[in-house]
Design a binder for this molecule. Structure first.
Ligand code: ATP
Ligand code: MN
Length: 464
């Protein structure tokens, strides 16, 4: 049996005059005069196709090879030879071709021409077979590895926080309830659903963040991180929001807001550098076909320290600018994405860290600053993306945390375990959440978040 090669390894090794086997999907077939054909084969290991030459010495040339069309799957054995053609060094001179799956050209949804991303969203199960969505899938895998590499190099322990939770991290709604009650026949008491009869004996939901649980582990292990799916039932139909997305959440004990920002900047830069160093071919595709300025944008983000300003400075900048905003800017209200974009894209022209937001617009767990008006929060904004990271130093002082939770009307009994972390061995600690899909968008230039996750879940849409 000749050795099997994946095309990426084959193109790297170029084992000339060796008999080998490759498997993959036909991208195109072109017939030449003199009873032979060129097949372009892609196996998903890389962007490049392998050119295969098939002629009528192959037993099934007339009966099968000449019927191969885009999307057919085949196993091909042949000799690796130097290619006379431009743009490729080797090609495969086939001796046997076994077709494992046909793809009727009358109905196969992916034809040779370039399809729009909108169209490809209607065939999420087939779109990874296209150049761009295949490249995105490889990029996503590589970035996932780079996340673990970054934290592993720094001695962080990965924590698997629960997907089903009974605590709402932001202290607000927009969660997906998980239940096994019969929805057509709900048990009620006093006109309300009786969750005591539900699976967990209380109402439970899909997690919106693993932060609170990560805090518990940080206050035992020092430095931890989570990397998991996150769910938000918010009705934001934008190119930056999904109902199911993935978030990376590091949490560090004995770390203040500045240490938190430093880690976040190093993390983003590590991810960008990893792609530049390890995903060259796919990154080139994004630079050529997806975002014209991508290489420069990434280079700048890698080589320039992130700008850092406070919320109060940001508001001053916005108020003195001549730019017309739809939403007025006023100290105390949240920055709208038009404000964030203006600061990041027009004022700074690169990544921007905004810190120390008014406490009224931030969740209960963020640490109060001495001014009593702001909290030790930080958001990181990226050009073209907006918010990539939201984080803070957490309130480690029991009395202040209790006061804040009471102010916000939270049930202290529900959070008793969380308060224990301050009752026993409390310590300053900090963390943040990075939206995985948004960093993929940033490094690929892909405009719509639906195109950087395999099977996107958005309001009104959850198909495979
Ligand atoms: P936004 O203001 O953009 O809706 P947020 O402030 O609600 O985000 P956080 O709760 O701070 O988001 O979550 C941390 C990070 O997770 C965000 O900075 C962002 O990168 C990402 N993120 C948040 N919501 C979504 C979503 N619906 N889809 C994809 N990524 C998201
Ligand atoms: Mn946020």
């Amino acid at each position: 049996m000749p050795p099997s090669y994946r095309i990426n390894n084959l193109l790297a090794e170029k084992p000339l005059d060796t008999e080998i086997t490759v498997t993959g999907w036909v991208r195109t077939r072109r017939d030449a005069k003199g009873n032979f054909s060129f097949l372009e084969i892609n196996d998903g290991s890389c962007l490049a196709n392998l050119q295969v030459i098939a002629d009528d010495s192959i037993p099934n040339y007339d009966t099968e090879v000449l019927r191969l069309t885009t999307g057919c799957a085949a196993s091909i054995t042949g000799m690796v030879i130097a290619s006379p053609a431009k743009g490729q060094e080797i090609e495969l001179k086939a001796t046997t071709i076994t077709v494992t799956g046909w793809a009727d050209p009358k109905s196969y949804p992916l034809q040779k021409k370039r399809h729009s991303f909108e169209y490809l969203r209607t065939v999420p199960h087939l779109r990874p077979r296209t150049n761009s969505l295949g490249a995105v899938a490889r990029l996503r895998g590589a970035l996932s590895f780079a996340c673990h590499e970054f934290f592993n190099q720094r001695g962080f322990v990965q924590i698997h926080t629960p997907v089903i939770t009974t605590s709402d991290c932001e202290g607000a709604g927009e969660m997906f309830t998980t239940t096994n009650l019969d929805l057509d026949n709900l048990p009620t008491t006093a006109g309300k659903v009786d969750y005591q009869q539900d699976f967990f004996g209380r109402r439970a939901a899909l997690t919106v963040s693993g932060q609170l649980e990560a805090e518990a582990y940080a206050l035992a292990l020092g430095n931890v991180y989570t990397f998991g799916p996150t769910f938000r039932a918010e009705n934001s139909n934008t190119s930056r929001h999904l109902a199911e997305f993935w978030m990376i959440e590091p949490e560090m004990a004995f770390c203040d807001l500045n240490g938190n920002i430093d880690l976040a900047e190093a993390f983003i830069k590590h991810l960008l550098q990893y792609v530049v160093d390890n995903c060259q071919e796919d990154f080139d595709l994004f630079c050529r076909f997806i975002e014209k300025n991508l290489a420069t944008k990434i280079h700048n983000a890698l080589t320039t320290p992130f700008a850092r300003i406070t919320y109060t400075e940001a508001v001053e900048q916005l108020r003195k600018s001549k730019h017309k905003f739809t939403f007025p800017v006023q100290w105390g209200t949240d920055l709208q994405s038009e404000h964030e974009r203006y600061l990041c894209e027009d004022v700074v022209g690169g990544p921007l860290v905004v810190s120390d937001y008014p406490k009224e617009i931030k969740p209960f767990y963020m640490r109060a600053n001495d001014d009593n008006k702001t909290v030790a929060a930080m958001d990181i904004l990226l050009p073209g993306i907006g918010e990539i990271i939201g984080g803070s130093q957490r309130e480690e002082r029991l009395d202040l945390l209790v006061a804040r939770m009471t102010e916000q009307g939270l049930d202290l009994d529900e959070y008793s375990w969380y308060l224990d972390l301050r009752r026993y061995g409390s310590a300053p600690h900090s963390g943040f959440g990075l939206g995985f899909e948004r960093i993929i968008q940033f490094v690929s230039g892909m405009g719509n978040i639906r195109d950087v996750i395999p099977f996107p879940r958005t309001p009104g849409s959850a198909t495979s």
